[in-house]
Design a protein. Structure first.
Length: 185
């Protein structure tokens, strides 16, 4: 599937998504390297919001850099299969091998600010993640594995308690939006 057309076809659910979609498309138009971290201003990332079959829990990781419970995801790094990236990152970051999309459609578009930080001994300047997110499903009985270089915990969290675990107000809003969409399915 053409990743740009997928973003163009996405139907925003609110003003935030409408504005973020416009900015993402603007960046795609203006930057040739938007799929890579070579673009130090903004680049495409793909995330997975992972739920169990009952849709009452979310599988989250305790992110080392942000020091909070968060969804899984990663940089496109030149790849165009954004759903594939979301699934692969979810598998790598949780240890769960059988993770499937609930739908192949985008569940959320967000422009996320990343503060300057140190990663693997190198300083990374503040920049934007142009986040394309998908709703994924996993079996909560599957074993969980910590990925030491990225997270210090992996666990199922009751979907209505995510705010108690996430200490990032801007991400709490993203999670609320996705939880609302999940409950509507």
């Amino acid at each position: 599937m053409d990743w740009i057309k997928e973003i163009e076809r996405y139907n925003p659910c609110n003003e935030q998504e409408e504005k973020d979609k416009q900015l993402i498309l603007y960046c795609i138009d203006k930057f040739d390297d938007i799929l890579t971290r070579d673009n130090k201003i903004a680049h495409i990332t793909s995330s997975g919001f992972i739920v169990n079959k009952a849709r009452d829990k979310a599988l989250m990781i305790h992110h080392n850099i942000y020091n909070t419970w968060a969804w899984t995801g990663g940089h496109a790094d030149g790849e165009e299969d954004l759903l594939g990236i979301a699934v692969r990152e979810a598998q790598e970051e949780t240890g769960v091998k059988n993770i499937q999309p609930v739908t192949t459609n985008i569940v959320s578009l967000d422009v996320l600010t990343v503060l300057g930080h140190v990663k693997r001994g190198n300083y990374v300047s503040a920049h934007l993640h142009l986040s394309v997110a998908y709703l994924l499903e996993a079996d909560e009985r599957d074993p969980l594995v910590i990925k030491d270089d990225e997270n210090s915990g992996v666990k199922w969290i009751p979907i209505d308690d995510i705010d108690k675990y996430s200490n990032e107000p801007h991400m709490q809003e993203v999670y609320k939006k996705i939880v609302s969409k999940t409950k509507a399915l």
